[in-house]
Design a protein around this ligand. Structure first.
Ligand SMILES: NC(=O)c1ccc[n+]([C@@H]2O[C@H](COP(=O)([O-])OP(=O)(O)OC[C@H]3O[C@@H](n4cnc5c(N)ncnc54)[C@H](OP(=O)(O)O)[C@@H]3O)[C@@H](O)[C@H]2O)c1
Length: 250
């Protein structure tokens, strides 16, 4: 049996990815603070197993306990386990020197610490249970170039890329059947872009460019991007440690 675990599935790309797994008949477990009731309905209609775990991913304690329960549910029957580390936050949008300590900590915990801890838990359990886990860490082009006002987001996504490349290298050297990749989804029409557009010009120098992306219809639908993501993780020829970009897949 196969399972998909999607973090941040209450809206945006995560909701679309969970929906895509349900459409493909794959049991889904979602993890976020809020539940998306449309996903439960879609799974009920398709008679596909669906469970939501409420979890604040900025708490390492909650991550450890919730994912221990998820592993118990999944590894009794699992052959392939697809893990989409998608949950993310953009804030603080502010220049260095004006950063809010608590927002900095939350960003690092949600965007970086949680995907590392979740990957670690699943890779360990996969080994113990002779199962195969395929982990996709959702990253951003912001992890590859500096953007004024986004120093924390750029830093956490750059670190996610490096974690992915390193873990992928280790799996490859060990001849492990599990995979860790990163997926860069490009610009999408989600709440994260609403937050970006509503920041201030003092904090975010490129705000007009991002307002134009929305006005000119340049933001992709998260459904389109999720289609490419799910097709990618279900494909058999994934390259361990690679940072896949949606523009190369659509
Ligand atoms: N949108 C873009 O243009 C864009 C571009 C490049 C990369 N990305 C990346 O794509 C991914 C998805 O982004 P999106 O645009 O779909 O974002 P979004 O619409 O803002 O959704 C973010 C998701 O993350 C979850 N989340 C946030 N904080 C959380 C916390 N403390 N604990 C648990 N879950 C939390 C939210 O769930 P709850 O609030 O219910 O907890 C929500 O489901 C992110 O990793 C983002 O960095 C987005």
């Amino acid at each position: 049996m196969n399972y998909a675990i999607v973090t941040g599935a209450s809206r945006g790309l995560g909701a679309s990815a969970a929906q895509e797994f349900i459409s493909k008949g794959i049991p889904v477990i979602t993890v976020s603070r809020n539940e998306n009731s449309a996903l439960k309905q879609a799974a009920d209609n398709a008679v596909i197993s669906y469970t939501h775990y409420s979890c604040d991913l900025s708490s390492a304690q909650q991550v450890q306990s919730v994912f221990a329960n998820i592993c118990e549910e999944v590894f009794q029957h699992a052959e392939n386990v697809y893990v989409i580390n998608n949950a993310g936050v953009i804030e603080p949008i502010e220049v260095a020197g004006e950063l809010d300590t608590s927002l900095v900590q939350t960003n690092i915990q949600v965007n970086l610490t949680a995907p590392i801890l979740i990957s670690n838990i699943f890779l360990q359990k996969a080994k113990e249970n002779s199962s195969r886990v395929i982990i996709a860490n959702v990253t951003s082009g912001a992890g590859e170039r500096p953007i004024q006002g986004w120093s924390i987001y750029c830093s956490t996504k750059a670190a996610v890329n490096m974690f992915t490349m390193t873990a992928g290298l280790e799996l490859e050297s060990n001849g492990d059947s599990s995979k860790v990749i990163a997926f860069s989804p490009g610009l999408m029409d989600t709440d994260m872009q609403v937050t970006i557009r509503s920041s201030s010009e003092e904090a975010f120098a490129d705000i007009d460019t991002f307002r134009n992306y929305k006005e000119s219809g340049s933001l992709r639908s998260p459904d389109t991007v999720a289609g490419a993501l799910v097709k990618l993780v279900l494909s058999e020829n994934l390259e361990n440690g690679k940072i896949y970009k949606v523009n190369d897949l659509l």
